[in-house]
Write a protein that binds this ligand. Structure first.
Ligand code: HEM
Ligand code: HEM
Length: 172
């Protein structure tokens, strides 16, 4: 089977995974604090309340879902590839975009892994790294989203459109 490394665009499933993971990460940023009462109680050896356990479980299972989807996503990326950067972009822009995407991948794998090491194995240092990553995600995702919107409205490239519409379904 031929593996295309630079296809014309993203597939429907790549697009679905991008936006699903993005939505789940935003949710995790919003509800992240809710796991802390249960985590603190377990760390102190006391019994958390039922609602604290429920809140913690939501955070844990949404986070683990991100990890599963990220593994699926990287597997598709390796098999199908991703479209080349638009020719209108300068070499510097291409390098910045590639570095940002690499960092985003580190975060979508790193967050569930550090969280799981803190939650299941009690590694406090991993919990601290997990917490410190919160502002990093906010900044990187903010810049990434701003860059995508800037490209669309001012750079006049198709990067945003190709992350909304699968390849081969382009309206002329
Ligand atoms: C996409 C994945 C994840 C994101 C974006 C995320 C995000 C967050 C955020 C924003 C906080 C609160 C940080 C703060 O208030 O400073 C937090 C805390 C925490 N999360 Fe996650 N999380 C994710 C996955 C997970 C998973 C899968 C687990 C466990 C299996 C987990 C366990 C924890 C724990 C134990 C804390 C408390 C850490 C502490 O107080 O030291 N997280 N998370
Ligand atoms: C937590 C949120 C997000 C994460 C983790 C994330 C992650 C990523 C990653 C890793 C890529 C590279 C895809 C690849 O080449 O394999 C990507 C591409 C892209 N993202 Fe995001 N993203 C997020 C939110 C957003 C938002 C809010 C927007 C738009 C407002 C956006 C727009 C795009 C676009 C347009 C591309 C395609 C870039 C291209 O084809 O060169 N992303 N995203």
């Amino acid at each position: 089977m031929t593996v295309t490394k630079e296809p014309a665009g993203y597939t429907g499933i790549q697009i679905l995974l991008h936006w699903t993971i993005a939505a789940l990460i935003v949710l995790q940023l919003l509800i992240g604090e809710d796991i802390k009462p249960a985590y603190r109680a377990f760390s102190r050896g006391t019994e958390p309340s039922a609602s604290d356990i429920f809140n913690a479980n939501v955070h844990v299972y949404v986070g683990l879902a991100v990890l599963v989807l990220a593994i699926w996503r990287i597997a598709i990326r390796l098999r199908h590839g991703v479209p080349a950067a638009p020719p209108e972009e300068s070499i510097l822009q291409k390098r910045i975009a590639a570095a940002a995407h690499f960092l985003l991948y580190i975060l979508i794998f790193g967050m569930p892994i550090t969280g799981a090491l803190a939650w299941y194995f009690g590694f406090r240092s991993m919990g601290e790294i997990h917490e410190l990553a919160k502002p990093v995600i906010i900044i990187v995702v903010g810049l990434h989203a701003a860059a995508a919107l800037w490209q669309h409205f001012f750079g006049k490239t198709d990067v945003l459109v190709r992350m909304l519409r699968p390849a081969g379904r382009r309206v002329p």
